[in-house]
Design a protein. Structure first.
Length: 263
């Protein structure tokens, strides 16, 4: 009886094992092809106590606004969220008011009005088709979640933005495509966006390509995960609390068992 059961269970186990291997095998094969590795950066927001570098975030916002926002939207971020970067209400209001959004007035007419802090970042194109039409068929994705949407997102983005190099002679680069050593397949529909001194930073930092890439990545990492600092803070307090609780329970346990042990 016992052996019979045992056999059946074994068969189940083998079936399950085969199923899991089959499930994993395409990933193993795909994984083998993905061999581009990116230089690692020292991000202020990595590690368990990491926080965003405010000055870098503000410079990153400037790079996004002056360079990327021509083609890429940021539709999940509202202007008022920028207060987290250290701006005050008036600054946020002024920043929002530089954009215009369409709205419906009290008479039901469509109007254009200045954006308010509660509005989301205005996208450069009305829809995907218009975005494709303006970019030779390639779609510039919304950048709100891009750092989360790519494996090793921050390092990848930094590498991509600094990865435009001359194509090797044997590589054919069609019109409207550009060679980037870190993009899968090397041909990307985005022209090189960052050049030395492409922006003049408000805080006087020298705008090298690497600096702008670092700052815009920090800004977009925040956009992807604005609650990161809060999450880490809570995480640390929870661990400290649990540690304290463990110590207290240990002493409570000793106290409770003392009369029994001493008998
Ligand atoms: C002239 C328009 C233009 C500008 C300016 C521009 N991009 Fe792009 N970007 C594109 C297009 C088009 C694509 C899609 C490329 C493709 O699919 O081949 C793209 C793709 C991307 C991607 C996705 C890459 C991937 O892994 O799929 C990222 C990330 C990106 N851009 C970031 C930026 C950042 C950051 C800036 C500002 C520093 C910027 N872009 C400026 C047009 C632009």
């Amino acid at each position: 009886m016992f052996f019979q059961n045992y056999k059946i269970r074994n068969k189940h186990l083998i079936n399950m094992f085969t199923f899991i291997i089959l499930l994993l095998s395409p990933q193993v094969v795909l994984g083998a092809g993905d061999s581009i590795s990116y230089p690692e950066n020292n991000w202020s927001f990595s590690g368990i106590t990491g926080t965003f570098d405010r000055a870098s975030q503000q410079r990153g916002l400037q790079v996004y606004k002056e360079v990327c926002s021509g083609c890429h939207g940021l539709r999940l971020v509202a202007y008022r969220n920028l207060k987290a970067l250290g701006y005050n209400d008036d600054e946020v209001k002024a920043f929002a008011a530089e954009n215009s959004v369409s709205d419906i007035d009290d008479e039901g007419e469509t109007i254009e009005r200045a954006a308010r802090p509660s509005d989301k970042f205005v996208s450069p194109y009305p829809n995907k088709q218009a975005a494709r039409a303006a970019n030779g068929g390639a779609y510039p994705p919304d950048l709100s979640l891009i750092v989360k949407a790519r494996a090793n997102g921050a390092d990848y983005l930094h590498a991509l933005l600094t990865g435009y190099v001359d194509a090797p002679v044997e590589k054919k680069v069609p019109d409207g495509m550009y060679f980037n050593k870190y993009y899968a397949g090397n041909l990307i529909g985005m022209p090189q966006p960052l050049y030395e001194d492409g922006v003049t930073f408000a805080d006087g930092t020298t705008a090298t390509q690497a600096q702008m890439a670092k700052d815009v990545t920090t800004f977009l990492a925040w956009a992807s995960e604005p609650e990161l600092e809060e999450r880490k803070r809570i995480g640390i307090s929870v661990i400290l609390f649990l540690l304290l609780l463990t110590i207290l329970s240990y002493f409570a346990m000793r106290q409770i068992w003392a009369p029994i042990k001493n008998k």
